[in-house]
Ligand binder design. Sequence first.
Ligand SMILES: [Fe+2]
Length: 297
Amino acid sequence: MDVIYVILTVFAGLALLYILWCLAEPFFLDMDKATLKKSPRKDPDSNNIVVKKQPMTSKDNGLTPDLKFFFFSDTHAEWCPVNAKRICSAIRDSHKASALDGVIFGGDIITYPRNAARGFRYINEVSSCCKELGIPFYGITGNHDVNITDFAAKAGFTLIDNLALPLTSKTSGKKAFLAGVPDSGTRKLAWPEMPSCEGGDPVILIAHDPDTLIHIAPEKRPDFMLSGHLHGGQMKFPFKIEFRVLRKKDKLPNMGAVQGVFDISGTTVFISRGLGCGIMPFRFLSMPEATVVGICL
Ligand SMILES: [Fe+2]
């Protein structure tokens, strides 16, 4: 009887620790860096999707990024303990350390459209901070944003859904396109087309759902892509159950592309874990993340 009591007490203690950790993790912020360089592989005729994990920062010494962006995604403002003040402070610190070419939001201001006002308050605070520092602020819609009324007018950033903006590096003079695509919503009724980017300059695509890439014709795929959506799994389970069962329709996470930098069939992709919590107010082994992304053109 005593043995059973001890075993049950140990299990109850572990369960309590697990719950406490899940509740605490959303309050942390992992402020990291990623350096993306162009993939040497470019096979425009290939429909074969190959996922190759890359280091967050390049081991190639002397590689200087031509463009630097502060990228954050998935605020889901209903429960996002990493508040806008912390993001503004991180933007200020990053800009002071090395001038930013832009701040980019990767979609999903909220989980439920009825809470849109809360999401706009968060994003508008970041927008004011960008204006004060003179940094352009760009963004796209995520799958939870598609039914929000007046999204473009209220977002407080330059909405780049279906647009491609020409950018020039202040350090090297090299040119690139910053392109964006909208999300079509959770039921994924349609995948977006690539905006037109003529002239041959490298293309940096912002797409909320990483799976967007595999629905773009191989010859139109961008050189770089920044995404969110997956929350790093939000709560990690053994054997990747969170993807194999709960997100079994998502292709790239089931091929190993969940968070970090990847070479996916010739496109260099960064997938952020995002900041907030979708549906459940928990995270486990998937700390909120904002990232300074350096791009080598
Ligand atoms: Fe999300």
